[in-house]
Design a binder for this molecule. Structure first.
Ligand SMILES: NC(=O)c1ccc[n+]([C@@H]2O[C@H](COP(=O)([O-])OP(=O)(O)OC[C@H]3O[C@@H](n4cnc5c(N)ncnc54)[C@H](O)[C@@H]3O)[C@@H](O)[C@H]2O)c1
Length: 318
C-alpha cells in the first residue's frame, strides 16, 4: 500500500513508519520539522527511515494547504495516518496559535485533500487528554469528554470533525486515543526521558503532584503492534479507540525502579493543566482486535528504554 504518515519525524509517526516499511509498504512521510524539541533528534529518526528505499520524505507544514495540495497531486494514496500535531499541554499556554494551525487547520486540510482524492481510510491521533478531569475510571470511549487544556480541546475538536466528515462524505475515519506512550525513540519532553536525563546528568528532577500521578503508560512496541493490526480492519463508522495497557502506575513507582541510582528529586505540587490520573479501558480495542493481546511488562520495558537511551547517547542530542 501507499501510505502517507504525517508527523513522520515524531515519536509515533517514526515508530509506526519503521513497521510499515518493514512490511514493504511505501511510506510518504510528511513533517514540518519544528523545534518544539530537539531537531537533531528528529533528524536522527529521519536518518533511520531513509535507510529504507520505500520511504520518501517531504518537509511540509500541514497548515499550508497550497503546499499540501501540490504534494497530494499525482500520488496514488491508499491510506493516511495522521500523527502530525502540536503536542504538549503546558506549551499550549504560551503558544496557543500553534495548536489551532497544526491541530485544527492542519487536520481539516488533510481531510479535505483525502476527500478530493477519494482516499477512503484515514487514521488520526487523538489523546487520552480528552477525558480530562473525569474521575470515573477506567475511562470508556463513550464517556463525555471533559478536556482541561487547549491541547485537549483541539483533540476533542478533531474527533468532532472526524465524525462530521465520516457522516457527510462516507470516509473511513478512526481516531486513536493514545495514553502516555513511552519507549525507544520517545519524546524528550515527557516524564521518562526527563527522568533518564536527571539520572545521567545528576541534575534535580521536579516531580509534579509529589509523584502521585497515575499514568496509563503504554509501551511503543505494543502500540505499533496494535496499530499494524488495526489499520487492516474495516470500520463502518467513525470510531475513537483507547490505545492503552489499562494498567496505570504512579510516577513514584517508576522512581522506585531506579532507586539504585544517585540523583535528587524535588517533589512539587500539581500543575492545574495536568489531569490527576489517567486510566483507560481497553476492552473496545480488544474486541476490535478479536484476539488476546498481552502487553509487555512495564518495569522491564522501562528498563530496556533506559538501556537504549544510554547506549545511543540520547542525552547529547536532546
Ligand atoms: N506520545 C504520546 O504519549 C501521545 C499521547 C496522546 C496523543 N498523542 C498524539 O499522537 C501524535 C503523535 O505524537 P508524538 O508523541 O509522536 O509527538 P511528536 O511531537 O514526537 O510528533 C509530532 C510530529 O509532528 C510534526 N508536526 C507538528 N506540527 C506540524 C505541522 N503543522 N505540519 C507538519 N508536521 C508537524 C512535529 O515536527 C513532530 O515531528 C500527536 O498528534 C499527539 O498529540 C501522543
Amino acid at each position: 500500500m501507499n501510505i502517507i504518515v504525517t508527523g513522520a519525524a515524531g515519536f509515533l509517526g517514526f515508530s509506526l513508519s519503521i513497521n510499515l516499511l518493514k512490511s514493504k509498504h511505501t511510506v510518504f512521510g510528511i513533517d514540518n520539522l519544528n523545534n518544539y524539541y530537539s531537531l537533531k533528534y528528529k533528524k536522527k529518526r529521519l536518518k533511520e527511515l531513509r535507510k529504507f528505499k520505500n520511504f520518501k520524505f517531504s518537509k511540509i507544514d500541514i497548515s499550508n494547504f497550497k503546499k499540501l495540495n501540490s504534494f497530494f497531486k499525482k500520488k496514488k494514496i491508499d491510506m493516511i495516518i495522521h500523527f502530525a500535531a502540536q503536542a504538549g499541554v503546558r506549551f499550549s499556554v504560551s503558544n496557543p496559535q500553534n495548536y489551532i494551525s497544526s491541530n485544527i487547520s492542519g487536520f481539516i486540510n488533510i481531510l479535505e485533500l483525502a476527500k478530493e482524492k477519494s482516499i477512503k481510510k484515514i487514521f488520526y491521533a487523538s489523546s487520552s487528554s480528552v477525558y480530562g478531569d473525569n474521575k470515573n475510571y477506567p475511562w470508556k470511549e463513550f464517556y463525555k469528554p471533559r478536556p482541561i487544556s487547549l491541547y485537549a480541546k483541539t483533540k476533542q475538536f478533531n474527533e468532532k470533525i472526524g465524525n462530521f466528515y465520516f457522516r457527510k462524505y462516507n470516509m473511513q475515519i478512526v481516531g486513536f486515543r493514545f495514553f502516555t506512550i513511552f519507549g525507544e525513540w520517545g519524546r524528550p519532553d515527557m516524564f521518562l526521558f526527563k527522568l533518564f536525563k536527571s539520572i545521567i546528568s545528576k541534575k534535580t528532577l521536579n516531580i509534579n503532584n509529589y509523584g502521585k500521578h497515575l499514568r496509563d503508560f503504554t509501551y511503543i512496541s505494543d502500540v505499533t503492534k496494535i496499530l499494524m493490526l488495526l489499520i487492516k480492519k474495516k470500520f463502518k463508522r467513525h470510531e475513537v479507540i483507547n490505545i492503552c495497557s489499562s494498567k496505570p502506575i504512579s510516577l513514584l513507582e517508576i522512581l522506585s525502579y531506579f532507586k539504585n541510582y544517585k540523583f535528587s528529586i524535588k517533589k512539587i505540587g500539581r500543575n492545574k493543566l495536568d489531569v490527576r490520573n489517567t486510566h483507560g479501558d481497553n476492552s473496545k480495542l480488544k474486541k476490535i482486535l478479536k484476539r488476546k493481546f498481552t502487553f509487555t511488562d512495564k518495569k522491564e520495558s522501562i528498563k530496556n528504554t533506559f538501556d537504549w537511551y544510554k547506549e545511543n547517547n540520547i542525552i547529547n542530542i536532546t
